[in-house]
Design a protein around this ligand. Structure first.
Ligand code: MN
Length: 193
């Protein structure tokens, strides 16, 4: 049985970037729905004893969609902080970003552009390969780096349910507003390449 993750901050702590009302729906309804669906689908699938990442690697159809969305949202909600201790990545993560993009601003611009240009519902991810090389990838629906053998680093959710209550159709404005709540210390520590 999978359970809904607790948010690592109060529901109103990310305002005004993400409202408490958006989090009530996004975490309390949408993510809870994926958890409930996965728990209904798993019995008899042969995958019920596996950890979430292994289910994502092996499942197809509705099982994949619900497991993938749980993995995506667990990472997404876990990477934010109301008052991050670092305003930018550090360590190896910053080195690698600067090596590949020149500077952090160029990386952010491409990340936002790939989020804005993703057609329909999906996710823009920063991901790393086995050698630590980074790439920005657009994934449709519930798809994600883990399903393709990459390590997750950072993700912005571009499903409309992530921003419609606060930003209506202004996806670009929403994505641009997210940077000040990214917990770069946590993501820098998680990047162990
Ligand atoms: Mn979402």
């Amino acid at each position: 049985m999978f359970t809904l993750i607790d948010l690592p901050y109060p529901k109103d702590a990310l305002e005004p970037v993400i409202s408490a009302r958006t989090l009530e729906f996004h975490h309390g309804k949408h993510l809870q729905g994926y958890v409930d669906n996965l728990n209904k689908l798993l019995p008899g699938s042969g995958l019920e004893e596996l950890p979430l990442e292994e289910i994502v690697k092996k499942a197809q159809g509705a099982l994949f969609n619900n497991a993938g969305q749980i993995l995506n949202h667990n990472w997404y909600f876990g990477q934010f902080a109301p008052k991050p201790s670092m305003a930018a990545p550090g360590g190896r993560l910053l080195e690698q970003i600067e090596k590949q993009w020149g500077d952090l601003e160029a990386f952010k611009a491409e990340f936002e552009q790939k989020g804005v240009s993703l057609f329909g519902s999906g996710w823009v991810w920063l991901q790393a390969d086995a050698d630590g090389a980074l790439s920005i990838a657009q994934y449709a629906g519930a798809d994600n780096p883990v399903a393709h053998g990459f390590q997750p680093v950072l993700t912005f959710d571009v499903w409309e349910h992530a921003y419609y209550l606060d930003y209506q159709n202004r996806r670009a404005a929403h994505l641009a507003a997210l940077w000040p709540i990214v917990d770069w210390e946590k993501l820098t520590k998680a990047f162990v390449k």
